[in-house]
Design a protein around this ligand. Structure first.
Ligand code: GDP
Length: 343
């Protein structure tokens, strides 16, 4: 007997086939966006069962990558990063005929599971473009782990034929150094009204930046933006140790009114061109690859340490003894390390 008030039974959903490395590889090099998204998910996965296939995929994609221009973009929350990236992305896609991928290193995502950078809904118009792809920050692991995953996604995006990879981060802690170290050119978006203290900008950051763009140079902010740009000039003049070809270009722009975005792009390109001519471009990428190698080793060592059963067995006892002041931290560290080294 059937109950006619029940909805008809739907046929079971087809089981999703487990993809092989060939499926991922073919999909990515053909520029298939659905497959690109799945390849990002694969390389971002921290599940051990995905490691072998992710490594095979990355190895096979390697000869197809390296062709994109890698641009890092940083700025304080509210500086206008997503507005700017959308404006720049649309300019590159619509006027220059380029394919643009946007990735992110969100320092909050690995640590708190929260998000400073939000997600791609912020760049709805760019996301709707056929030749643009926006991927939020990987969320698992340490900041170093997040940065390593973003680097891998960058290779995958290049192999999928993206000409420009924009890597967004936020002006908090170590993440800026990490993004500067994975890109060819690093752009800082600043707010106007910098004041004498230049928004407390860290000297270290000024040394990382290749292009400084004071954003929101529109309406009543235009003058304040021009003044801030002059102050950055002065601040940089007083910084020694950087060759003049390496001093950052400084300009104003308005991401909202779309003023000066092409000027920022020109500055980014001329920085990259100068580096190509001097050989610094290739040298920098090689050095970045070596640093990347060691960053992964360190990340994996840290993970191995924290997940090792032998370490877990004794770590509470070691911590308690260090807390109680009866074991010097160096002795505790040695006991923990011995577990790893001797197994
Ligand atoms: P993010 O936090 O750095 O990604 O900043 P958003 O792009 O979300 O921008 C923060 C706020 O600043 C939003 O209300 C934007 O509309 C505004 N904004 C961004 N760029 C400009 C600009 O060039 N001019 C003006 N007046 N406002 C802007």
């Amino acid at each position: 007997m059937t109950d006619s008030s029940l909805p008809p039974r739907l046929p079971p959903a087809p089981r999703r086939r487990v993809l092989t490395a060939d499926d991922y590889f073919d999909g990515v090099v053909q520029g298939n966006l659905a497959m690109l998204a799945r390849a990002f998910t694969l390389v971002e996965s921290s599940a051990p069962k995905h490691h072998a296939i992710a490594e095979e995929l990355l190895t096979r994609l390697m000869p197809h990558s390296g062709t994109g221009l890698r641009i890092g973009i940083t700025g304080a929350p509210g500086a206008g990063k997503s507005t700017f990236i959308e404006a720049l992305g649309l300019l590159l896609v619509q006027q220059h005929g380029l394919r643009v991928a946007v990735l992110a290193v969100d320092p909050s995502s690995g640590v708190t599971g929260g998000s400073i950078l939000g997600d791609k809904t912020r760049m709805g118009r760019l996301a709707a473009e056929e030749n643009a792809f926006i991927r939020p920050s990987p969320s698992a692991g340490t900041l170093g782990g997040v940065a390593n995953k973003t680097r891998e996604c960058m290779l995958v995006a290049e192999a999928a034929g993206f000409d420009v990879v924009l890597v967004e981060t936020v002006g908090v802690g170590q993440s800026e150094t990490m993004v500067a170290e994975m890109t060819d050119c690093f752009l800082g978006l600043m707010l106007p009204g910098a004041g004498d203290e230049l928004q407390g900008i860290k000297r270290g950051l000024l040394e990382l930046l290749d292009v400084i763009a004071v954003n929101k140079a529109d309406g009543k902010n235009a003058e304040a933006a021009a003044l801030a740009a002059r102050q950055y000039h002065n601040a940089l003049d007083s910084l020694s140790g950087r060759q003049s070809s390496e001093t950052p270009a400084i300009m104003t722009c308005s991401a909202l009114a779309k003023i000066g975005i092409d000027g920022v792009w020109d500055a980014v390109q001329s920085k990259c061109d100068a580096r190509r001519k001097s050989g610094a471009f290739r040298r920098r990428r090689k050095e970045q690859n070596l640093r990347w190698l060691w960053a992964i080793v360190e990340d994996q060592l840290r993970q191995a340490l924290h997940t090792h059963p032998g370490v877990q067995e004794i770590c509470e006892d070691v911590e308690n003894q260090v807390l109680a002041g009866v074991m010097p931290p160096a002795v505790g560290a040695r006991r923990l390390m011995d577990v790893i080294i001797k197994t």
